[in-house]
Design a protein around this ligand. Sequence first.
Ligand SMILES: Nc1nc2c(ncn2[C@@H]2O[C@H](COP(=O)(O)OP(=O)(O)OP(=O)(O)O)[C@@H](O)[C@H]2O)c(=O)[nH]1
Ligand SMILES: [Mg+2]
Length: 380
Amino acid sequence: MATGKRFDLSDYDLAGELERLRGNVKKPNILIAGATGAGKSSVVNHVFGRDLTKVAAGEPVTRGIHEYKSDDVAVILYDSEGYEIGSERQRAYEEEVIGFVESAQSKDAAARIHLVWYTINASTKRVTPLDRSLIKRLSEWTSVAVVFTQIDQVDLEELTALRQELNDVISDDSVFQVSVAKELLEEEAFQQYLDWERLIRWSVEELDGSLQEGLLMEIRAESKAMLDLKRKKAQRIISGYVASAGTAAAVPLPFADAIALTPIQVTMSVHLFRYWGINASDELLRTLIGSTIIPQIGRTLSKTILLNVLKFFPGANAAAGVINATVASGITWAIGLAINEVAYRNAMDSSKTIEQLLNQDFSTLFEKFLKQNPETDRTS
Ligand SMILES: Nc1nc2c(ncn2[C@@H]2O[C@H](COP(=O)(O)OP(=O)(O)OP(=O)(O)O)[C@@H](O)[C@H]2O)c(=O)[nH]1
Ligand SMILES: [Mg+2]
């Protein structure tokens, strides 16, 4: 074979790859502020579906502010201790929080505070001068969401009045109302009053593209709307690999009887599984990639490229056993989208394992995305 040694999955350190990906993820820094008992911890637990302050080690970074971070968590939380409304601490709190954010914003991009969730307990039925002052001052430094908590304790009129009190301080688009009360969360009729999904969507969009992935990895995504968001945002991950696949000049033509993935495509697959929280051991990854994905790619490609479509790929040279970068990119793109779609379906319906779903759906999806690709879709 002119291209020399083919890529062999068994030479590949998948666990090491996972470890490397874990180290590379850019983590958004999120500050949770608000009075004692406002509901800061409840907001965090609801959004992330687990108590990240227990998962991650916490240490004080400045008076009153704890940093929670862990290798296993793709966001970094800063939980402020809060203050009793009307207390002496209240004044100190404002300066502590502003001082912390101000000094963080002078550091490099990774160390800045990327988001603030400022909680106000709606059941207190007031917005204090401190709230107004802090929201205004924090907004000068970073993206601030105001989160009215415990809205199960107030009526709509009171809530509207509370929101209006912030009219001159922050855009209403950045104001959210939430509750963790079961009777609201579980009643269809109350869903329209809860802004949990709007808060997450807003937060994701406020972040730079490179930081969105970390937040999306950690949110509890159960509803269709959140899973749709997660699926859509995965395209950014795939694009990155497509771009690097495109730089390889000549790639071995993937035959059904040979390994059909390049190292870039394997890394992308591992990355997507991790993004979707598919807790794959090294062994499962090997099975998913080696026994389900690769054979299906091989079969699909030998059917679509070798038998039918080869003449439409100007860069494919079957005799030399190589394809050009454009075709390689198209294949990478289709593999990424197909894995992304299968992982999405797995998250929507957990009655089948990821392995079963890959076996069932991967090749159809791969073929569909391969044909959709503008570079490879020369037959339409
Ligand atoms: N009814 C109701 N109670 C809530 C809600 N969210 C939080 N609480 C209650 O309010 C209290 C404080 O909630 P936390 O989430 O611990 O508030 P916190 O801001 O983290 O408090 P500190 O860390 O002590 O400053 C707890 O007793 C919660 O059960 C809610 O949506 N509805
Ligand atoms: Mg707390």
